[in-house]
Design a protein. Structure first.
Length: 131
């Protein structure tokens, strides 16, 4: 999982936080986004929203960098939730694929969370990818 922050700077998620790679300088830098807790997390996905907000999906939390700093955008009450993927619809709703907790939607202001769990139209409560 990786995302270009600029034409020259590739942001890469790893099991031990974030790396960046400069295409012009041809070198890596560790922890390009300074945050103690996030720098130790397994970054499963990096996503840039249509508004330009960066999201970092870890096993149990969704983090955001909204130009004011890094913070937890969503952390479920069930500590056993395991996130796999993230996507966004045109209205800014964030969607999360989970292991065992079905599909989760979160409004752009993170105030409205809906969990599609045990929905008869889902073949499983484990969803691994969103397109």
């Amino acid at each position: 999982n990786a995302l270009f922050q600029s034409e020259d700077d590739l942001l890469i998620g790893t099991e031990l936080g974030l790396l960046s790679y400069s295409l012009t300088q041809k070198n890596f830098a560790s922890n390009p986004i300074s945050h103690d807790e996030l720098s130790k997390e397994h970054i499963k996905a990096i996503f840039k929203s249509t508004s330009g907000r960066l999201f970092f999906l870890t096993k149990e939390k969704l983090w955001t960098d909204d130009q004011k700093g890094i913070s937890v955008f969503y952390a479920p009450q069930n500590a056993e939730t395991n996130f796999f993927d993230i996507d966004e619809t045109s209205d800014g709703t964030v969607w999360l694929a989970t292991k065992g907790e079905g599909l989760i939607s979160i409004s752009s202001d993170s105030k409205v969370v809906k969990n599609y769990l045990d929905d008869p139209q889902l073949t499983s409560n484990t969803l691994t990818n969103l397109i």
